[in-house]
Design a protein around this ligand. Structure first.
Ligand code: ASN
Ligand code: ZN
Ligand code: CA
Length: 330
């Protein structure tokens, strides 16, 4: 049958009721977005192989409850659309690879699976349903932005996933996942500097960008042994530097959430806002960083980016230097 781009609507578990761009094929609708590289979502039906396409008779997807299999597909499909729009509207990047090609989501993967992953080989996202005790299903805006940013990093700097470059890779995913959450401006999931706050049953985030050590494992300040940590903990140094750059040191409230970001060197940092901070980090990631970039080199890469964008005499350049010093990277 001939395929048409149509306006659908859906109600997710985390995002509430949202607009979705979908595909009409004959008398049925598919969860496939022709405006964003034909990105689609499939149902793994709690198995690990062979998913099935989501189809629908009335183009109204999910109902906000987890007993409806489409509900979490709405969160996943919305997450990829918002991530696409963030990168395109902000940096002119068309899709994860930057070439207009779409990806796809696999939801209801496995049984009680406590993770979400990006794969460069399938160019796809996989979401577990969580075990229901510690984790809800993993489809939330910051997780979607985090995972797809792994694809962006892979196609640009190519940061290896171990040691300090691995921590930096993880940090880039936390940073841009957070930027996607702010960009989306979704009333049910407003922007914050917390990672994964929607996917835990307790409501506690997995990670805190203002003070990464709050999770009990992540590094707040650089040290010569930080590269020995798991990459999800060594990411703390980069997350802390980004928070200091965007928001600043000390106490701040954003969208009703209170933060307190200590600086490692005792200096104080005045934030330059998400837009300028993200512009500096994106240019550093896509222009200056390479597979082996460590934290000292990340500082230099962002300073080069800040110089290109704002000049070496700018407040943005000075804040970039102060932010890394505040995370112990001098
Ligand atoms: N959800 C994890 C992450 O993106 C999967 C992994 O360990 N790579 O960091
Ligand atoms: Zn990750
Ligand atoms: Ca968040």
């Amino acid at each position: 049958a001939e395929e048409q781009t149509v306006d659908g609507t859906g109600t997710g578990f985390n995002v509430g009721t949202v607009a979705l761009s979908t595909t009409r094929s004959g008398s049925s609708y598919q969860l496939k977005d022709p405006l964003r590289g034909d990105t689609y979502t499939i149902d793994m039906n709690n198995r690990r192989l062979l998913g099935t396409q989501f189809t629908d008779a009335d183009n109204v997807w999910g109902d906000g409850t987890l007993s409806n299999d489409q509900t979490i597909a709405v969160d996943a499909q919305y997450g990829v659309a918002e991530t696409w729009d963030y990168y395109l509207d902000t940096f002119g990047r068309r899709g994860i690879a930057g070439d207009g090609s779409g990806s796809y989501n696999r939801v209801h993967y496995g049984s009680g699976y406590n993770n979400a992953t990006w794969s460069d080989s399938c160019f796809c996202m996989t979401y577990g349903d969580g075990d229901g005790r510690t984790f809800h299903p993993f489809a939330s805006l910051d997780v979607a932005g985090h995972e797809m940013t792994h694809g962006v990093t892979s196609r640009t700097a190519g940061l290896v996933y171990r040691g300090e470059p691995g921590g930096l890779n993880e940090s880039m995913s936390d940073i841009f996942g957070t930027m996607v959450e702010f960009f989306s401006d979704n009333a049910a999931d407003p922007g914050d500097y917390l990672i994964g706050e929607k996917i835990t049953v307790s409501g506690e985030p997995l990670r805190y960008m203002d003070d990464p050590a709050k999770d009990g494992s992540s590094a707040r300040c650089w040290s010569s042994t930080v590269g020995r940590l798991d990459v999800h903990y060594s990411s703390g140094v980069g997350n802390h530097a980004f928070f200091l750059l965007a928001v600043g040191s000390g106490a701040h409230s954003v969208n009703g959430v209170a933060y307190n970001s200590p600086s490692c060197d005792g200096g104080s940092v005045t934030g330059i806002g998400n837009t300028a901070a993200a512009a500096i980090f994106y240019r550093a990631l896509t222009t200056y960083m390479t597979s082996g970039t460590d934290y000292a080199q990340a500082r230099a890469a962002t300073l080069s980016a800040a110089s290109d964008l704002y000049g070496t005499g700018s407040s943005q350049y000075a804040a970039t230097a102060a932010a890394w010093s505040g995370a112990g990277v001098s």
